[in-house]
Write a protein of this length. Sequence first.
Lengths: 164, 331
Amino acid sequence: MKILFCIFAVFGCSYIGFGMSKNFKRKTRLYEDLVVFCGKIKSDIGYFGYTVSQILNNGMKNRGDDFCLICQKVLKRLSLPQSLLTLDDIKELSFVSDEEKSLICDFFCLLGKTDAKEQSEQSQVFEKIFFEKLEASKEEYKTKGSLYGKLGIYAGLFVALLCL
Amino acid sequence: LSALFFILKIKTLLFDEVFIHKIKIELIQFYMQKLKTIFPDYIGSSLKKLDKRKLQEIRLRAGKPVVVLYSAKKYFLSDDGLTLDKKKAFYIDEKQIENTLMSACHHSLHSFSRQLSQGYLSPFDGVRIGVCGHAVYNKNEIVSFKDIYSLNIRIPHQVEICTKELIEILLHPLSNILVMAPPGRGKTTFLRDLILQSSFLENPPNILLADERGEIAGCVEGKNSFDIGCFCDVITYADKIFAFSSGIRTMTPDVVVCDEICERDVVKIKEIAESGVKIFCSMHGKEIENIKSKDNFKIFSGIFDRYVFLSDKTIGKVEFVFDEKLECIYK
């Protein structure tokens, strides 16, 4: 029974640890997707003249789940009278801070609100910001991500040792 | 006298009914379905109660009642459909106009910035929304509008206007035709029907349509919403001058069609007429006497063989046709 509990403790703690480290990975992936999207919309807006819904539908291809979730929320919002994305819409993204969430909201709220030239300039500014965020989150993932994983295993082992 | 008035009244009513029956209802329903998505819900449900064939325009003005042009008469839109009572009318504010505009351009102003800079929007091909507001300049050029105060949504119709007699006058042989009428009297609808009727000729001409505002053919993803026959090639949203110079070289048309020509197009139109390609076009104008005195008309006088005047009272009705010597040949 004790052995079973120890195994459960090790697996449980490791799972929590890796779960927490996964959040850093999700954050990195989200910023990667945002940077790629910013680069892509320049041509979508300028050359092809696609509408916001076309841009979002195209942008979701081969992108991460979190990015697709935001795009779907924006698309859903487009059919409503109040079409602006709010912080509440992306509350599922628990791994990003409120400040980062409002930055993402600002970016999507500005889509389609001005002419092609302005949109292109805006996306360049956001691309730069998202790139900085990406670098920071990569660094965070390297340090904290692996740390949480290891901490989970160690915590599990510690609990197991205490039980034994 | 009263008997004469009665006969005239009956004639007008009959004409109106005949005209209405010639309108293709499926097409208007298709457009109304699309337009419903851009309006606030209460306007959409009120429009449902109207006879779509008679609906011509919907005008939204900030802080003012919603006005519809219905069978050439202006009414306010209300819960019951139409009303002449201002108190019962729906009022619309600036925010709702902005929302309507954003929905009309699919929340993507960048995709419509060229159209907006010219004061209109074509959200679905064939439908034109006129825009009024605060013009935004960039280097002495209007790039867009902000603080939109008014929208004018025009509902397109496909109507058989050309009678056998008119076809005989205008298309046997093919002539250079200038259609004239005040705004909103059916010039575009007439041109559309003229294109269709040309395709039924024994030897139908190849037609190049320069559809600058996407109104005549209503091309959606390569397909025309309106019936313009099987012999028509369409250049959509391109400048008339570009469409003429590139289209004539590449598509070798027998007839070129364009809507709403103005003074700057005269030189190009003359070139086309002299090259042997026939031209059907329209222009704003009311009476032959007024138009004769216009400077640009003097230049046109050597170009066109037929001048078609539409009635300013009944929409889509041909009132007069003049020949190249400006003699009336149809009344």
